[in-house]
Design a binder for this molecule. Structure first.
Ligand SMILES: *Cc1c(COP(=O)(O)O)cnc(C)c1O
Length: 340
């Protein structure tokens, strides 16, 4: 089976596992795991931020950030397509007692004017706006990338209205290998950043939340409350170190493969439209009369897995365990599929 359902399906390589087995370990609730401490410093340095916190998932790093930046009853601003709103089980309300003001951005990317219009004035009867959360790349919008100049304008609005600015950077490295911007620019613009090690970077588990020292101290307390205080988890953090050292620049290969798939889809009769492929996510809409589940089943019969993404949409995600040879096979199957 060729699995294009997500970039989370990658398995740790033999070299990564070997590296994990050698990791020195300690109790991280006492902040005594040397491998976790090393990973946290490494990631913070990479983004020019003061500190970071290793967590079991990107949902947890996002949810901790939302809780740390807000008070119950506050409002956060995000795009209607955002992961924090759609795919974290209602955690904004459940964990932080916060509500979301949704904006329809351009393929998941909201702009400074939209944000400024959505900030509530300071009246007793209005919900207090306290946080803006961006996502880069935007998963549900086909892996679209933010322009850094737009983020700079958004930062100005946040400073003007005293709002915190969080980034769900689950796939931030996918954006950075394309734009070639310095990660430190991101570190300067955001109060907190969440990055995932278990997506394109190929680690089996783990995400990091980055911020200043005070923020991360607060985040540590919240992580414990959420049940995310782990013990000798350096064995997992080692995979993260290996991923940061070896698997960032190769992400561009995933993007090349995604573009090859896009090129084939453009010339088929069963595809109505494709979201522009900027990174490793391909989302396309099937022509009327071809049902998503029928398409998914047909690919499965050809030993290719992909997912229905609502209505007539299909999503394919390229990744570390999807080789050029596999890509050729997928392209051949897609080029010859017949729905007559
Ligand atoms: C995967 C993902 C997350 C975190 O997901 P986990 O499965 O909890 O690690 C957060 N944001 C985006 C955009 C994602 O794609």
């Amino acid at each position: 089976m060729i699995d294009l359902r997500s970039d989370t399906v990658t398995k740790p390589s033999a070299q990564m596992m070997e590296f994990m087995m050698k990791a020195p370990l300690g109790d991280d609730v006492f902040a005594e795991d040397p491998t976790i401490n090393k990973l946290q410093l490494m990631a913070a340095d990479h983004f020019g931020m003061e500190a970071s916190l290793f967590c079991p998932s990107g949902t947890m790093t996002n949810q901790i950030a939302i809780k740390a930046h807000t008070q119950p009853g506050d409002e956060l601003i995000c795009d209607a397509a955002s992961h924090i709103y759609n795919y974290e089980g209602g955690g904004i309300a459940f964990n932080a007692g916060v509500q979301a003001r949704l904006i329809n951005g351009d393929r998941g990317r909201i702009n400074a004017d939209q944000i400024e219009n959505a900030v509530n004035p300071n009246f007793d009867w209005l919900t207090k706006t306290s946080l803006v959360s961006l996502e880069n790349t935007v998963n549900r919008a086909g892996g679209s990338i933010y322009e850094i100049s737009n983020i700079q304008l958004i930062k100005d609005i946040c400073l003007k209205h005293n709002l915190s600015l969080h980034l769900d950077g689950a796939r931030l490295f996918n954006a950075l290998v394309v734009t070639k911007e310095s990660p430190k620019l991101y570190g300067e613009l955001f109060d907190s950043i969440s990055i995932c090690l278990s997506k394109g970077l190929g680690a089996p588990v783990g995400s990091l939340l980055l911020g200043n020292k005070n923020f991360i101290a607060k985040a540590r307390r919240i992580r414990k409350v959420f049940g995310g205080g782990m013990r000798q988890a350096g064995i997992l953090a080692a995979a993260g170190i290996y991923a940061l050292e070896n698997n960032i620049t190769r992400l561009i290969e995933d993007h090349d493969n995604a573009q090859k798939i896009e090129a084939v889809l453009e010339n088929t009769s069963y595809v109505k439209s494709i979201l522009p492929v900027e990174t490793n996510i391909v989302i396309f809409e099937l022509t009327q009369g071809i049902e998503a589940n029928v398409f998914v089943q047909k690919l499965k019969e050809n030993e290719i897995l992909c997912t229905g993404f609502g209505g007539q949409s299909i999503r394919m995600v390229t990744h570390l365990d999807f080789s050029t040879t596999m890509c050729k096979r997928v392209c051949n199957v897609l080029a010859t599929l017949n729905f007559e």
